[in-house]
Design a protein around this ligand. Sequence first.
Ligand code: ZN
Length: 135
Amino acid sequence: MITNLEHIGIAVANEQEAVALFTKLLGRSPYKEEIVEREGVKTIFLELANVKLELLVALNEDSPVAKFIQQRGQGIHHLAFEVDDIRTQMQQASVDGFKLLADAPKAGADNKEIVFLHPKTTGGVLVEFCQEKNA
Ligand code: ZN
């Protein structure tokens, strides 16, 4: 079951400019940053009451985020929905005709297991399912 819009991922071309911009816009500073080496990305989080922004900075030109910015420019990259059971949610999504971008959840930033759905099957919106890893 999807429980919540957990965060919105935003691809940014320039880390310092984006952090300054969103800090000014939201009136608060990022509370956390984390590198996800496997995805070639640095994540920077700002938190609101019910949702987070995840700024995505490419660490190299092969990063999916670098390719996204080359193709579409910076801006909204994905919506991340929190789920209560990511494996069950993946099975259900597959049955419902959504294409998953991986066969199993991967370790994402912020102590989450994550998987993405192909935007061709979700109306052009890259969708992430995420679930907090159990302690
Ligand atoms: Zn995300």
